[in-house]
Design a protein around this ligand. Sequence first.
Ligand code: RET
Length: 277
Amino acid sequence: PTPSPTPSVSPIPTVIPNVPHYERVGETGTKTLWVVFVLMLLSTLAFVAMSWRVPVQKRLFHVITTMITTFAAISYFAMATGDGNSYAHIVVKEAHKHVPNTIEHVFRQVFWARYVDWSVTTPLLLLDLAFLAGMDGASILVAIVADIIMVLTGLFAAFGKNDGQKWGWYAIACIAYLVIVYQLVVSGRRAVMSKSNSTSKLFASIGGFTLILWTLYPIVWGIGDGARKWSVDAEIIAYAILDVLAKPVFGFWLLFAHGRNATAIEGFWSHGLEGEG
Ligand code: RET
């Protein structure tokens, strides 16, 4: 065998190029995405079946809730098949004491399909709550516009090139989130006071559930996309749990509880009329 020819250029470069570092979905993540896709699809079918049992005029919550899981199923299908994602290029400058300053290039997979999903489904979730409470139009509009700002600035944060940009967008998204919280807690509670006792109680519990869940999203984002302390798979699993609670579980709770309340009120009135008759 002939010895390999000596390279004419020095094999030791003066500047050591950094090997880019990739963070992407693995097998567990893909499986999780498929499981959630199936759950969203089955919930959608269940909500459609439930809406057939009530007259069209009483289907508002059914329609909104069905749309929410429909969008989620579409978005999870995209993510599970490897669609709806791209790589955020993050430049990490590290100033070491001994080694000269290094620049690390990280490419982290961002599933932007989530943000497309959230931009439609979180306003719909807010509409569910707003209609339950009987909120006024101005408050609903403020909550929904703040929500859209939250999701879009969250998307920009996810593709931030450096920490300043990333956490800057994140801060703006958090302020928008606080506007939503204010509308639900202040305007929502004020509105629901003129509703029946059972509706008030339902709004307090399902609204509280929503606030706790929604607050966990920016925390997951901060650990995953933000600080990159979690793998892409760990982030997928965390969002999967939150999404199942925030969409199907929220939906079944709302439709069953509201249906029960409505039946109780009807029963009350028909009983009253019978008494008078
Ligand atoms: C981001 C990052 C930027 C800061 C904030 C966020 C909040 C996201 C929320 C998402 C809720 C999603 C739901 C999905 C339903 O399945 C965009 C993560 C505040 C609140 C309820």
